[in-house]
Design a binder for this molecule. Sequence first.
Ligand code: LMR
Length: 332
Amino acid sequence: MRSRILLFLLTAVLTVANASAQGPIVIKFSHVVAADTPKGKAAVRFKELAEKTTGGRVRVEVYPNSMLYKDKEELEALQLGAVQMLAPSLAKFGPFGIKEFELFDLPYIFPSRDVLYRVTQGPIGRELFRKLESKGITGLAYWDNGFKVMSANRPLRMPADFQGLRMRIQSSKVLDAQMRTLGALPQAMAFSEVYDALRNGIVDGTENPPSNLYTQKMYEVQKHVTVSNHGYLGYAVIVNKKFWDGLPGDIRSALEAAMQEATRYANTIAQQENDAALQAVRRSGKTEVHVLNDKEMAAWREALLPVQRDLESRIGRDLLSSVNKEIANSRR
Ligand code: LMR
């Protein structure tokens, strides 16, 4: 409620101040997913709120679907200042030397969204953002997408069903290990290339939350989907540090308030967007959807347990133990 009041007050104050002759400050917000996804919708919500709170002194240009930059390129473009804002998946910071974010890729690490939010919205989340500063990047917020399903052109019920499959992954060593542990062959690839790679048989399958599987039409070229919820996909909303530090103080506060509101919105719609997408995949009749039963789920959990042990030194023992402490606290 307090932030809503703050939003209202700031809108009033800054509208008056918008007399200046200079054109608006432009924020180019680039991302790789479709507009009708949790991230796509939250980006537009941020645009609306930011332009409203600053009384038009800021204009946010949202570029979805990799129309400006693909995965790896967009982080480089941000560091160069060619764009000002991104919301990449937490699985994509490893290649930039910030491998600690790969903790979010560990299979079955988050027993609930509650624990996830304890991590992202608590000291661990802030500590991870501090690691971005040395790369000229400032972290603003964590946006939710959801838990992933697996897809392929054959049923994936038991870990053995993955044997020899070429599976597309994001550029994360944890996801690489996850697929190898299942006996599959991981293939890191930019998001914008996945649909064609599946259709042309360059890869056999992939993993993503239903909202991406549906909006990228991947389900049209995958006969089977397994609702495994084996891993999480979320985002870090980040800005170019020099750009952000260079903003007038009143504008930065208005944008921070707008981001808080957009984050609340993003994390509110994420689950329902994914539920609706999974329903739409079912209704399409193009893909058989299988939900793991208890016996199958137990087999997946057991098969994937070694991943955390094997990648512990990469992610950081201290970091992992603080996450496990949050998990233990949530059970009290
Ligand atoms: C992927 O590459 O599969 C996802 O990270 C895309 C996204 O941003 O949701």
